[in-house]
Design a protein. Structure first.
Length: 375
């Protein structure tokens, strides 16, 4: 599969070879080999540039999108053995798809985080060896979102190492400021745009700016997927609330306003993560919004138990016009030290069904006993 990188500046388009490409609209000159502009976290504001690239005609081939929530594989030295190879083995079959998206909650960087003990207790800065990128590639992830509160756990240099490690194994990334990642699937271009709250990432609190970026993505690709790291965090944050949510004093975004604005700007699917619990799902203008998919991995350094251990893998097929064709929520659970397995009780189905009805009423996504999504 060939993926190209586009850098749009002053109306010009330059093609570069890679697996998933990032489109950055910021007007700055950069070396052709750089995978992403990770060395500037607070760029000087510039007027928007309109890309001179027409959107492709709709493709007749349906696209299978697989999305998961937070991926926490500990922090050096408290990490899974063997570079986490096989860590996702019990759920890997359900992670097969054309676009496979997850939220990486760590820096892939050499060296341990000073706050972390060998037991993993009290750790709030997540770092993994760069070799762990191979586990994500082996599992089938094609794009990982970096726009989260752990994106800068190792500073600018750590973010650069993270991007390099993912690029080296053919896994794309999204969520940096003004970034649009695009993956070619058959004859279609799929844009993946990530948003969070950390400086240097695309902001979930700047709704107007997010709409501009999503509109740009919709002009460049056949389908647009938006990933948002937003909302309060914890076992008591399962419900979607109106207005800005806060966590430890930080504005974590108005998730309903943001998600609706993303759809209005051209998003065909919006997937959320960050609360570490499952949240409800909503139909909005014919598009699916999954407000939080919980955690698919929570190795040792994060709290588990109760709703914090219940998660899901979202599998969606989108048609040629971006509309929902079919979907399923695969119920998962964290066991032991935070490893994911399929949940025989399928608790996620009833939980998301109840949350969706309670929070969205007539716009709630229905979920059958088998996890099939319905209108």
């Amino acid at each position: 599969m060939r993926v190209v990188a586009l850098i749009v500046r002053a109306g010009a388009v330059v093609a570069l070879g890679a697996f998933v490409f990032s489109l950055l609209v910021d007007g700055a000159e950069r070396p052709a080999a750089a995978p992403a502009p990770v060395d500037t976290v607070e760029p000087t504001p510039r007027p928007p540039v309109t890309p001179q690239v027409p959107r492709r005609p709709p493709t007749p081939v349906p696209i299978t999108v697989v999305a998961t929530g937070d991926l926490v594989l500990g922090s050096t030295p408290a990490v899974p053995p063997s570079d986490a190879r096989g860590f996702f083995a019990e759920v890997q079959t359900d992670l097969a798809g054309d676009v496979v998206l997850g939220n990486l909650e760590a820096a892939l960087v050499r060296g341990a985080a000073p706050e972390c003990s060998p037991s993993g207790g009290g750790c709030s800065s997540f770092r993994l060896p760069p070799t762990f990128a191979g586990a994500f590639a082996e599992t089938g992830y094609t794009v990982l979102a970096l726009a989260n509160d752990h994106a800068d756990d190792a500073g600018v240099e750590g973010l650069r190492q993270t991007v390099d490690a993912l690029t080296d194994v053919g896994v794309g990334h999204t969520g940096l400021e003004d970034q649009i990642a695009i993956q070619r699937v058959a004859a279609a271009d799929v844009a993946i745009v990530g948003f969070g709250t950390t400086v240097g990432t695309a902001s979930v609190t700047d709704v107007a700016g997010a709409m501009r970026l999503v509109r740009r993505a919709s002009r460049l690709a056949d389908l647009v997927i938006v990933s948002m790291h937003a909302g309060g965090e914890g076992a008591d944050r399962q419900h979607v609330t109106r207005g800005a949510e806060r966590y430890r004093g930080e504005n974590r975004g108005d998730v309903v306003r943001f998600a609706h604005a993303a759809v209005e700007a051209g998003a065909d699917l919006v997937v959320g993560h960050g609360p570490r619990v499952l949240r409800g799902m909503e139909w909005y203008r014919g598009r699916l919004i999954a407000y939080s998919l919980g955690s698919l991995a929570g190795y040792r350094v994060v709290e588990r138990g109760g709703p914090l251990s219940v998660g899901g893998i979202l599998r969606v097929t989108l048609g040629s016009d971006g509309r929902f064709e079919s979907g399923r929520l695969v119920a998962t659970r964290l066991i032991g030290s935070g490893r994911p397995v399929l949940d025989p009780s399928e608790a996620a189905h009833g939980l998301v069904r109840t949350l969706s009805l309670g929070d969205f009423g007539t716009r709630a996504v229905g979920i059958t006993a088998e996890g099939i999504l319905t209108r």
